[in-house]
Write a protein that binds this ligand. Structure first.
Ligand SMILES: Cc1cc2nc3c(=O)[nH]c(=O)nc-3n(C[C@H](O)[C@H](O)[C@H](O)COP(=O)(O)O)c2cc1C
Length: 184
């Protein structure tokens, strides 16, 4: 499949089949896609925490903001596995710190790039995903031992779409709205 076709076909999934699990082998392939992702100064400022035990999933479901369906995850109890993407301190080159006075300048983008690669790897394995952006940072730290100061940037739900569920249409701005050549 051409990679653009993969990107056109992938959709956020908000209805999962609770009876179809995800294997550790599949989850580790998804993590590998994150691990191989590019990052500023190759700092790899991420940690991926797999949540696949019933006890851990219960806690995760409590820490994710319920929201209205597009934000948050009212559908979270159906999901067989999650991956928490945590931003870690980025060890970047001194010139970056001198210029931006911020070692984390690139880190949220790095974690986002890793997340997207993980979504596409999951899709190539026949799995469905949804990025969940809203969670309770304090609960995440308490439940999963995440060190203070390490922000949870997103949680990735991974599973198989429920039979008969229809994902949202892909709605995107037009090319003209988002692209120009040689100036704004
Ligand atoms: C940073 C980020 C946070 C998101 N948070 C949520 C969320 O909390 N709940 C949800 O259902 N979808 C969430 N999404 C998914 C977006 O709503 C979705 O990607 C967008 O509507 C485009 O649809 P598509 O993924 O099907 O192409 C998030 C996506 C990103 C990139």
């Amino acid at each position: 499949m051409d990679f653009l076709d993969v990107m056109r076909a992938r959709r956020s999934c908000r209805a999962y089949d609770p009876d179809k699990g995800v294997s550790r082998e599949e989850l580790l392939k998804i993590i590998e896609a994150g691990r191989l992702s590019p990052s500023g100064c190759n700092s790899q400022p991420w940690k991926f925490i797999v949540i696949d035990s019933p006890e851990a999933k219960e806690k995760l479901c409590d820490a994710v903001v319920i929201g209205d369906g597009i934000t948050g995850a009212p559908w979270r109890h159906q999901v067989p596995a999650f991956i928490i993407l945590v931003e870690q301190h980025a060890k970047v080159m001194q010139c970056v710190i001198d210029h931006y006075h911020d070692s984390q300048r690139f880190a949220p983008g790095d974690v986002g790039a890793a997340c997207m690669n993980m979504c596409h790897e999951a899709f190539s394995l026949g799995l469905d995903t949804c990025i969940i952006g809203m969670c309770d940072q304090q609960k995440m730290e308490k439940y999963f031992g995440i060190p203070q100061g390490c922000q949870v940037r997103m949680v990735l739900a991974v599973g198989h779409a429920a039979a008969g569920s229809t994902p949202q249409n892909k709605v995107r701005k037009t090319l003209d709205e988002v692209c120009s050549f040689n100036c704004w």
